[in-house]
Design a protein around this ligand. Structure first.
Ligand SMILES: [Zn+2]
Length: 278
C-alpha cells in the first residue's frame, strides 16, 4: 500500500482538483468549499484507521479527537459555562483519542472490513450527517462533503492496490488484490454490520434532492465545459511573436492599384410618371 504521506498528498490533489471544479461551477460559498475539500483529504487516509499501533492510526485518532472535540464545543458553546466547555472539550478529546482508539482496535483487523467500499459509503453518510447536524450546513453542501470523502476514500483503496507496498516500509506485500474490494469476504459478520451501519446512516441523512439537481444540471456542465480552457492565451499572456509576424503581412497584402474601371453607364433611366391629364 502507499504510505501515509503519499495518501495525504494524492488525496489532497484529487480533492483540490474537484474543489476547483466546484468553485468554477459556482454552487457553494468559498468557506464551505474549504471544509468540503478537507473532508476529501480525510477520506484519503481514513481506510488505514485500522492499522494497529501505527503512526497513521494514532495520527488519525488524534485528528478525529481534535475535530470532534471542537465540533461539539462549537455546537454547544452558546449554552455552556466556560468550565463546562473545558470539561466537554477535554472529555471528548480524551474519549476519542484513547477510548475509541482502544475499542476500535479490539474490534478490527487491518485491511479488513474497514478497507472496503461499504465502509467508504458508511463514512460518507456519517460525513453528510456531521456537516448537516453538527456544522449546520445546507443539505446540498453536506452531500457534497460526503461525496468528497467517498472519492478520497476510494482514491486511497486504488492507490493501495497500485502500490502494494507496506505502509511503514517499502517491501512488496503479498496482499495485492486485497485493497479495493466491496466487502470483506474473510469477515462476513463484520461486513454485514458495516453494511447495516451504512443503511442506518443513509436513512437519517437529509434530502438528496438539492445535491442531485445540482450535479445533474445541464447548464452547469455546459458552463464548465465552456470554461475548461482559456479563450485566448493562458493567464492572459499575449504572444508578441505572433503579432510581429502578422503586422507586415497585413500591409504587404494591400497593394496600391490603379483606378477601378468605370461603372457601366447603360443603366436604364428611371421612368418618370407621365403628367396627369387635365
Ligand atoms: Zn490502506
Amino acid at each position: 500500500m502507499a504510505n501515509f504521506p503519499t495518501h495525504i498528498v494524492v488525496g489532497t490533489i484529487v480533492a483540490g482538483s474537484l474543489a476547483t471544479l466546484t468553485l468554477a461551477a459556482d454552487v457553494i460559498a468559498p468557506e464551505n468549499l474549504v471544509a468540503v475539500t478537507l473532508a476529501g483529504s480525510l477520506g484519503s487516509v481514513l481506510p488505514d484507521i485500522d492499522l494497529k499501533d501505527s503512526r497513521p492510526s494514532r495520527a488519525l485518532f488524534a485528528g478525529l479527537a481534535v475535530f470532534f472535540s471542537f465540533a461539539l464545543l462549537f455546537h454547544f458553546a452558546p449554552h455552556l459555562s466556560i468550565a463546562e466547555m473545558w470539561a466537554l472539550w477535554l472529555g471528548t478529546l480524551l474519549f476519542v483519542r484513547y477510548g475509541l482508539h482502544t475499542a476500535f482496535h479490539r474490534l478490527t483487523s487491518h485491511r479488513g472490513v474497514w478497507h472496503t467500499w461499504i465502509a467508504g459509503l458508511a463514512s460518507a453518510f456519517a460525513t453528510v450527517l456531521a456537516f448537516y447536524y453538527v456544522f449546520d450546513r445546507p443539505d446540498g453542501v453536506a452531500w457534497l462533503a460526503g461525496g468528497f470523502l467517498l472519492i478520497g476514500f476510494l482514491t486511497h483503496l486504488v492507490l493501495d492496490e497500485i502500490y502494494s507496498v507496506d505502509v511503514l516500509g517499502n517491501h512488496i506485500k503479498k496482499s495485492f488484490g486485497t485493497a479495493f474490494k466491496p466487502f470483506d469476504r474473510r469477515n462476513p459478520w463484520g461486513s454485514a454490520v458495516m453494511a447495516a451501519a451504512a443503511v442506518a446512516l443513509l436513512l437519517v441523512t437529509p434530502s438528496f434532492t438539492t445535491f442531485y439537481d445540482g450535479i445533474t444540471s445541464r447548464p452547469m456542465w455546459t458552463a464548465l465545459n465552456d470554461r475548461l480552457l482559456p479563450k485566448d492565451t493562458w493567464f492572459g499572456i499575449m504572444l508578441k511573436r505572433d503579432r510581429m509576424i502578422a503586422s507586415p503581412a497585413a500591409e504587404a497584402g494591400a497593394p496600391v492599384t490603379g483606378s477601378l474601371p468605370a461603372p457601366d453607364a447603360t443603366g436604364a433611366p428611371a421612368a418618370s410618371p407621365p403628367p396627369a391629364a387635365p
